[in-house]
Design a protein around this ligand. Structure first.
Ligand code: IVH
Length: 683
């Protein structure tokens, strides 16, 4: 291979890596922040795997902000931020006994011994949380968030009955943290859905998402009405007393203190016993009160855990043995098409209802036309349906042996939009078919729903159904019309089903949503490839919509973490005549359109930092963006307000000034040490 070939390969890989990163970030955001996943676990895993593989082949493409390098999810700005003193990690997976034994062998090799004990616990399919106790009282509870910073959901957690608000322990530490999983029992999930059926409301998808949604309610009384439960599975940091030296002892300590620990947990001496436990629990899974998706296996001895350490976002001392996804065979009755916010036509399977993985499934997404062909699906086939991790059901493929004597029909993408009848457009690069009509009622309704969703403008009460009605009755023809609804009070009331109180409430929420910061507005607009992370990077960098709109394509591509595809998408959106008019109108309607960049509660809160000289680790842009992301301010010159000077090579006069004023001067390594000390574990 010539060097130009290699160069071309690298260039191609770079583009694909950028694309995969924005896709992974987008789906992370849907899953963790909006609690509205769009694709199934195995499709997500495929994207993530491809990214990991490409980065392994082209290590020069790895960047510190790649999703492979961090724990996904990000705190919602609606809650206060809690910085985790120690990062909350995720787990590597093994899928069968052989992979489990291989994990054990690797651990044994690293430790140079194989006589270590292990603890097995069910892997609860819920939400990880961190609980801090001070002098025996529960003081702060938080979600995992991105692993470094989570949301402060103390008030909501207090409503969980099995969470002890006070504990007495001997010895009594001054303060400590425990971690665990909040979950919803299968029975409670069924109860809630029965209520929703009775009220004619759309059903919740699965216990995990429902638990997540319940925990992130702004009103704790809503959380309280959902009857969530808790298992603790890890003792975090501890002050003023010695931590138990082993995980099993920590579980006993937590149990004695009054925390709910899982009764199925067991400690074993050999990997064969562990493997037997995993297999056995797999067979008992269906009969449990709550959903589990595997077994967590942990090295018991804490000093051995330390010795093994962490790689990337996964500890070497633990792994998750994942149960095989549950599958069932059913009839593929039809393939229909839905039209999403961006106009993409997505085929979905209409199935003979079948019970799989703890729920009845009657529809499943098929992603796109190529998937239908690739999977060789025909209407009238018997198909294998899978629900992995109790998330979105997927059609795996047909059962060709059952085809004989059946009438099979090939699926064709419609030539016209099934909703507005506009001729569709096929994008040859994207394997996607679009309805190009921006006014398509389905696109508009989905855009409104997205606009009002929690990670975007967060307008409670404006959900799927209301959005569809507003569009159908032509009360909303453009996103900006949402803000003119208050002028149409009477028409809304005439819709029926919505009382004056609900309408007033809705108007209050709509008004309040005008104050959302730029980052949320950017998410709400639904610009292609712009999820929470990209929106935050843009908002932090530009500070206002005006500045963002004035940016050139080069300005946009120069921002760390924003690749050429994303930059072009943002630029095109902002310079599209119709969208520009929308932005103008939103501005006139009084939406905020700015972002005071400092992230409150970050590790650099209350710091005003000046950077000088040339740095090796970070570009100037990157370090300034980082300071802002972590809650600090960036100063341009050393003044009384400056709290630290980060100085690289050179940087003469600022250094002199800081020295004279007694302002702390840190080199890059010292600055990094400060960040680490304050709980940051990025770059
Ligand atoms: S231990 C480093 N134990 O699984 C140890 N996690 O994929 C990390 N989970 O975020 C956690 N049950 O939400 C642990 N018994 C258990 C668990 C458990 C469920 C979840 C937890 C974590 C995720 C990791």
């Amino acid at each position: 291979m010539t060097s130009t070939d290699t160069q071309r390969d690298l260039e191609e890989a770079r583009l694909r890596v950028e694309e995969l990163r924005s896709l992974v970030r987008y789906h992370d955001y849907r899953y963790h922040v909006l609690n509205q996943p769009e694709i199934g676990d195995s499709d997500y895993d495929r994207l993530f795997r491809e990214l990991v593989d490409l980065e392994a082949r082209f290590p020069e493409l790895v960047t510190p902000d790649s999703p492979t390098q961090r724990v996904s999810g990000e705190p919602s700005p609606a809650f206060g931020v809690v910085v985790h003193r120690e990062p909350m990690l995720s787990l590597g997976n093994v899928f069968d006994g052989d992979e489990l034994r291989a994990w054990h062998a690797r651990v044994a090799r690293l430790l140079e011994r194989d006589d270590f004990a292990m603890v097995c616990e069910p892997k609860i399919d819920g939400l990880a949380i961190s609980l801090v106790y001070q002098r025996g009282r529960f003081t702060v509870g938080a979600t995992r968030g991105d692993g470094l910073r989570g949301e402060d959901i103390t008030g909501n957690l207090r409503t969980i009955r099995s969470l002890p608000l006070a504990v007495s322990t001997d010895p009594a530490p001054d303060a400590f943290e425990v971690r665990g999983e909040v979950y919803m029992s299968k029975a409670e999930f069924e109860r809630l859905n029965a209520e929703r059926t009775a009220a004619g409301e759309p059903l919740y998808m699965n216990p995990r998402n429902t638990a997540a949604g319940s925990l992130r309610q702004l009103d704790p009384s809503v959380t309280a009405s959902r009857r969530l439960e808790l298992f603790v599975y890890q003792l975090g940091w501890m002050e003023g007393a010695a931590r138990p030296p082993a995980h099993w002892a920590a579980l006993e300590w937590m149990q004695a203190a009054g925390f709910p620990t899982n009764p199925l947990a067991q400690r074993f001496e050999t990997i064969e016993e562990v493997a037997a436990f995993c297999e056995q629990l797999g067979t008992k899974r269906e009969g449990l009160r709550y959903a589990i998706d595997g077994v967590v296996v942990k090295v018991d001895d804490i000093s051995l855990q330390r010795q093994l350490g962490v790689v990337g976002r996964e500890p070497r001392w633990a792994t998750a043995y994942k149960f095989p996804a549950e599958q069932a065979v059913t009839l593929l009755r039809d393939i229909m098409v839905s039209v999403g916010r961006t106009g993409v036509l997505t085929p979905f399977a209409v199935l003979e209802p079948v019970f799989v993985g703890g729920a009845t499934v009657s529809v499943a997404t098929l992603h796109n036309e190529d998937q239908v062909r690739l999977k060789d699906l025909y209407i009238g086939d018997d198909v294998v349906v899978q629900r992995a991790g109790e998330v979105i059901p997927e059609v795996i493929g047909p059962v060709p042996s059952r085809r004989e004597g059946r009438e099979l029909r090939r699926f064709e993408m419609p030539a016209r939009c099934p909703v507005c009848d506009t001729p569709v457009v096929r994008d040859p690069n994207q394997a996607a078919t679009y309805c190009p009509n921006r006014a398509c009622p389905s696109r508009l309704a989905r855009s409104i729903e997205h606009w009002a969703s929690r990670g975007a403008m967060d307008i409670e009460g404006l959900g799927e159904q209301l959005a569809a009605r507003l569009v159908r009755l032509e009360l909303v023809r453009s996103l900006a019309d949402i803000y003119e609804l208050p002028a149409r009070r009477e028409e809304l009331l005439q819709l029926g089903g919505i009382g004056p109180k609900i309408v007033e409430n809705l108007f209050a929420r709509i008004e309040e949503s005008k104050t959302r910061p730029l980052r949320r507005l950017l998410v709400a607009l639904g610009i292609r490839h712009v999820g929470g992370e990209t929106a935050t990077a843009l908002a932090v960098h530009f500070g206002s919509m005006d500045a963002l709109r004035a940016a050139s394509l080069e300005d946009l591509s120069a921002i760390d973490g924003i690749g050429p595809i994303v930059a072009a998408s943002v630029y095109d959106y902002l310079h599209d005549e119709e969208y520009a008019a929308l932005l103008d109108r939103l501005q006139t309607l009084g939406l905020r359109m700015t972002d005071e960049t400092a992230a409150r509660g970050g590790p650099l809160e209350n710091e005003t930092i000046v950077v000088t000289g040339s740095l090796e680790r970070w570009s100037r842009d990157r370090i300034e963006a980082l300071i802002k992301q972590l809650g600090g301010k960036v100063g341009s010159s050393v003044t009384k307000k400056t709290t630290m000077l980060v100085a690289g090579e050179g940087g003469g006069s600022k250094r002199d000034k800081a020295e004279a004023a007694g302002t702390p001067i840190l080199d890059e390594e010292q600055f990094l040490a400060v960040l680490r000390e304050r709980g940051w574990s990025g770059d």
